[in-house]
Design a protein. Structure first.
Lengths: 910, 178
């Protein structure tokens, strides 16, 4: 035993020696490599000089969009012509439309660059804005703790007229009145790269209009202490931040709080709140905080912004259920109380139902006084089954069943749609949740309510617990719902009106789906499906079966009415609906911004009990739309799938989002239940089907500063008697001429010409008015005029241009270039004969990597192709644009992989 | 003679290296056992990005559970146990999960290390389009370790965690202060 122990000790000593020896061997090997040679390197014969390798010079021009602009004081130490824009007095003038990139950071946050130590908390921009323009700001930070807020201050009144201070990474404010404004981008926490985009009026939409914050009562907050927050901790917050309680106490009801009237006290209070719960955190420089000196007429704006900042920082302490400004509320006359279910947890659902205007739709249905004999529409839910004894659902169920194959369950083919999950399956009750959103019973005093409580639910189970669904089973469920023969050997007494499929798989629409979806539509069944959740990081196409012809593909919005970070995009995306984001809590209710609906849970005896809970995803968006269509069918049982398609394409049952008209990110926009019910009611009284309408393509035209003509097409969305009677321009600077137009309908293509002679310098927003025999609508135009002889000033800051070997990723050359006359001219010498790619991008946050998410970037020719170099080559011209905060790309660059930048950039090492 | 001596030295050196290499095999790397693991598809501890965290007391643990019941059969004994949480952050469907590559942590100095990989759905799998956040809670004994390193063997990314609350009670004030 002793011998063995001694041997092991000896071996361990040897092991340590081996490590030393091995390390030395590696060290020597490294020292000797590459001909560098140290003193220990054995001498070698004199090397024969290698024949000189021919190298070449490559050059080109990088062009920018007309709207390009850069923040005057980014964190990039290499930025030329830096100019502070940290206050109203030093605000940076910009013109719109604009797509500006910039950085902000609180002191000592983010990468060590030009603004790291002192901080760059605020960027102010001054610009004329036109009613209907939307200020969109998106940011990307180095960690989840970064946050940036957006404010809009009216130069005329000195008032804060808009703010967007949620924790979301995309924010917006819609301009309510034409005038001159200051836009303030403020780092609330950490550091961030941001993109500020302002398009033409009507080009984008935003739920926050720029008059909303005029109603804020400055210096006052309404706050409710949470169950988690101790009274002692709250008292400590109050005492150390200069807040006073004006009214209220305890946890039971809200407190009315007032900020200190002393500027320095408020500044210190905010700084203390910023460090709350962060022992050791450095005090920030309050000279750039919200309490910096504002000129006298902007004091109201200053106080309102401080009030909002206090609210946000108090909320972040975790001591409160909600903290909100005290608003002035106007008395509005109403004729009747709006639809509000009595359900105790409806408060958690309210945001999503209000977003789709469902309460108003219910009011309209009540006003229609439909007879009691009105047939209840049926919505088939092809999913994981249902909790059939849930009090919100059990009276709503109609002839559901399981269509799960024996080989998928492994335990037989139960015909029951009841979700058989046990506690060991850790179920999420997906089908039950989806069903509850569609048609949970309202006004029964339990849990929540559905979008269409008038509807019946046909739960069709295709998932066995813990398993995926098979396409065959899904097809059988579609056929069952449509009243067609299927593997169950039965059909329901009444077929479904709507099928909801909150399921999906990547890939093209399978033939079995497209066939059966067409068969179901032929039976007058409307089919709705989830667009898919794979958008994050790169644009993902709509998943299958949502991408099948004849299916209404539904994407997801968050509580701020923004496309969620996960919602898929694509040409087959039709409409948007609330899908929620469990990582946000912006509604002021204390609940996360997810979709709340019926689920189950297990009690201490591991018995299933009915419950209510949050989920998020396009799975949750789809049933909102299915519910709305059920409401339409309740009003007009004869509506066909084609009718619904036409109404969507006409924009008659949606609120447009994003770019005007249909776009791949938000389809035709947000489903609007009230519009949908109104349209259904109109069709019932009119006794017909909806017809197509005349639309313009593109829906708006930007001439920028150079273009003088553009093509416009006027066309029908579906068969219709609508014809164009005239097209007129709001400005003599714009003329329209027919290019290829039907003599009778005047549908076809037109040439729109802009003459800048009479236009003022800057941006003009004239429009065309298209008048038809039924209505008229506008086509927004944007024309930019610069002073004669003025060089373009478009700029994205320092641009890094690199050339890499396309096969190996090895960098062959790199240089910095700066914008002149709105372009970047670049040239790199010493490039050997090889296949190459050119990569250009900015490093505004100076983190060592260019082409980060949110920065400007381009690859030439692209990530899949390369250029063969064997001579000096010029004319390698390409364009760059900001990458945005949701779409990223990565390149096989070994340098970048080695150090793994957080946001996917490339090493910035000229 | 000198040349032969040199060759002999090289041979002996190589033999020595081989011997000590084998000797290393005799000395198993110290490990730290995992007492229990619980996986969740929708983690009660909400964080959109991949993250790791050590829970060292009931207060922190209840915060992570966010009102959900304790996933372990018995509550952790905080006097001698810790819970290490690992999450992948947000994922688009229920088809994702964490699989630990070992049933024990490697212990080196004061650091526990463990490899894991992510199970991802096969292309074309038909799944519910509901967002998830896979995570795993790992129950371990408290010890002198001060850091946990969890390595994703697919991406190479490492998640590090140190306890938010010191393990050993000291005179330092740990309550929230400005």
């Amino acid at each position: 035993m002793s011998y063995i122990a001694t041997s092991i000790r000896s071996l361990r000593r040897h092991a340590r020696l081996a490590c030393l020896l091995t390390g030395l061997v590696f060290l020597l090997s490294a020292c000797g490599g590459g001909g560098g040679g140290g003193s220990n390197t054995p001498s070698s014969p004199a090397a024969t000089p290698a024949p000189a390798t021919a190298t070449y010079t490559l050059s080109g021009t990088i062009t920018l969009p007309d709207t390009a602009a850069v923040d005057g004081d980014t964190n990039d130490e290499g930025q030329n012509g830096r100019s502070s824009n940290n206050s109203l007095g030093t605000s940076q003038s910009i013109s719109t439309p604009v797509q500006l990139v910039g950085t902000v950071n609180v002191a000592n946050s983010g990468p060590v660059g030009a603004t790291y130590a002192a901080g760059d908390v605020n960027d102010y921009f001054k610009t004329p804005l036109t009613q209907g323009q939307v200020i969109e700001m998106s940011f990307v930070g180095g960690s989840a703790t970064n946050d940036v807020d957006l404010y809009l201050i009216d130069d005329g009144s000195g008032s804060l007229v808009g703010s967007s201070t949620s924790s979301a990474t995309s924010k917006c404010i819609q301009v309510g009145r034409t005038g001159t404004y200051y836009i303030r981008v403020q780092a609330s926490a950490g550091s961030a790269l941001y993109t500020l985009r302002i398009g033409a009026p009507g080009e984008a939409t935003c739920a926050i209009t720029s008059t909303s914050t005029e109603a804020i009562i400055a210096d006052e907050l309404v706050a409710k202490l949470s169950a988690r927050g101790s009274v002692a901790a709250q008292t400590e917050v109050m005492q150390t931040t200069g807040l006073q309680t004006i009214e209220g106490g305890g946890r039971e009801r809200a407190h009315l709080l007032r900020l200190s009237s002393d500027d320095s006290q408020r500044a210190k209070g905010l700084a203390r709140l910023e460090r709350w719960g962060k022992p050791g955190a450095k005090a920030r420089d309050t000279s750039q905080s919200a309490t910096q000196a504002f000129p006298g007429r902007f004091r109201r704006a200053q106080r309102a912004m401080e009030t909002l900042e206090y609210a946000k920082r108090l909320m972040a302490t975790g001591l409160y259920d909600y903290v909100e400004p005290n608003f002035q509320v106007q008395l509005l006359s109403t004729t009747s109380a709006p639809y509000t279910p009595t359900e105790p947890l409806y408060i958690a659902q309210r945001w999503s139902y209000q977003q789709i205007n469902q309460p108003s739709a219910m009011d309209r249905i009540l006003s229609l006084s439909l007879p009691g004999s009105t047939q209840r529409p049926i919505v088939a839910v092809i999913d994981s089954g249902i909790i059939d004894d849930h009090p919100d659902l059990q009276t709503q169920i109609y002839n559901g069943r399981s269509l799960v194959s024996v080989n998928m369950t492994g335990d037989g083919d139960s015909s029951s749609p009841n979700d058989p999950s046990t506690s060991s399956d850790t179920p999420d009750w997906h089908g039950t949740h989806v069903a509850g959103t569609i048609a949970a019973l309202d006004n029964n005093g339990k849990f929540g309510a559905g979008v269409a409580p008038q509807a019946l639910l046909m739960p069709l189970r295709v998932f066995a617990p813990g398993r995926n669904a098979s396409s065959f089973d899904i097809v059988q469920a579609i056929r069952y719902a449509a009243g067609l023969s299927n593997r169950s050997g039965t059909v329901p007494p009444r077929k479904a009106d709507v099928i909801n499929m909150s399921i999906g798989a990547a890939g093209a629409c399978a033939a079995q789906f497209s066939t059966e979806i067409a068969n179901a539509r032929a039976q007058n069944v409307v089919i709705v499906a989830a667009a898919g959740n794979h958008e994050r990081g790169s644009a993902a196409d709509v998943s299958s079966p949502a991408n099948c012809a004849g299916v209404i593909a539904v994407g997801a919005l968050d509580a701020r009415q923004q496309q969620t970070y996960y919602s898929n995009s694509g040409v087959t995306l039709r409409v948007m609906a609330p899908g929620g984001d469990a990582y946000q809590s912006t509604t002021g209710t204390g609940y996360v911004d997810a979709i709340y609906s019926t689920i189950g849970s297990f009690n201490a005896s591991i018995t299933r009990v009915p419950s209510f809970g949050p989920l998020s995803g396009t799975s949750m968006a789809s049933p909102h739309v299915a519910g709305v269509i059920a409401l339409m069918r309740y009003v007009d049982a004869n509506l066909t799938p084609a009718d619904i398609d036409t109404l969507i394409a006409n924009g008659q049952i949606t609120d447009d989002l994003g770019a005007t008209g249909r776009d791949d990110a938000t389809g035709y926009g947000l489903i609007n239940a009230r519009k949908a019910v109104d349209q259904a009611a109109a069709l019932v009284s009119g006794g017909g089907s909806p017809s197509g309408i005349v639309v313009a393509s593109p829906a708006s035209i930007s001439f920028g500063s150079l273009a003088s003509s553009a093509t416009l097409e006027l066309k029908l969305t579906a068969a219709s008697s609508e014809v164009v009677t005239s097209i007129t321009s709001s400005s003599p600077a714009v003329s329209v001429a027919a290019s290829s137009v039907n003599a009778t309908t005047k549908l076809g293509t037109y040439t729109v010409t802009a003459d800048r002679t009479t236009l003022p310098l800057g941006s003009s927003y004239p429009y065309l008015t298209v008048t038809t025999n039924q209505r008229s609508f506008k086509v927004q135009l944007t024309i930019i005029k610069v002073a004669p002889g003025t060089s373009p000033t478009t700029n994205y800051g320092r641009m890094i241009v690199a050339i890499s070997n396309a096969n190996t990723g090895v960098r062959l050359g790199i240089t910095n270039v700066y914008a002149a006359n709105g372009k970047y001219a670049w040239s790199i010498s010493g490039i050997p004969a090889s296949d190459i790619r050119v990569i250009a991008g900015t490093n505004l946050n100076y983190n060592g990597y260019f082409c980060d998410l949110g920065e400007v970037c381009a690859i030439y020719p692209d990530a899949a192709f390369s250029i063969k170099v064997n001579a000096d080559t010029s004319g390698l011209d390409f364009a760059v644009a900001p990458t945005g905060i949701t779409a990223s790309f990565s390149l096989p660059d070994p340098d970048a992989v080695a150090t793994a930048p957080k946001t996917g950039g490339l090493p910035d090492t000229p | 003679m000198m040349r032969n001596a040199g060759r002999l030295a090289v041979v002996l050196g190589l033999a020595l290296l081989a011997t000590v290499a084998n000797a290393n095999a005799f000395a198993p790397a110290p490990t730290w056992p995992i007492l229990k693991t619980v996986s969740q598809v929708r983690c009660s501890w909400l964080t959109r990005e991949p993250a790791a965290r050590i829970f060292a007391n009931e207060s922190e643990w209840q915060g992570a559970l966010a009102g959900q019941s304790n996933p372990f059969a018995a509550p952790p004994d905080w006097k001698r146990q810790r819970v290490i949480a690992l999450t992948l952050g947000a994922r688009p469907t229920p088809g994702y999960s964490i699989e630990l590559d070992s049933d024990a942590f490697a212990l080196k100095k004061d650091t526990l290390s463990l490899d894991f990989h992510e199970r991802v759905p096969a292309p074309g799998e038909m799944l519910q389009q509901v967002m998830t956040q896979p995570c795993v809670f790992i129950l371990v004994e408290q010890g002198n370790w001060r850091e946990v390193v969890l390595r994703n063997t697919q991406s190479g990314a490492e998640l590090r965690a140190t306890p938010a609350t010191p393990f050993v009670k000291t005179n330092h004030r740990t309550s929230r202060r400005f």
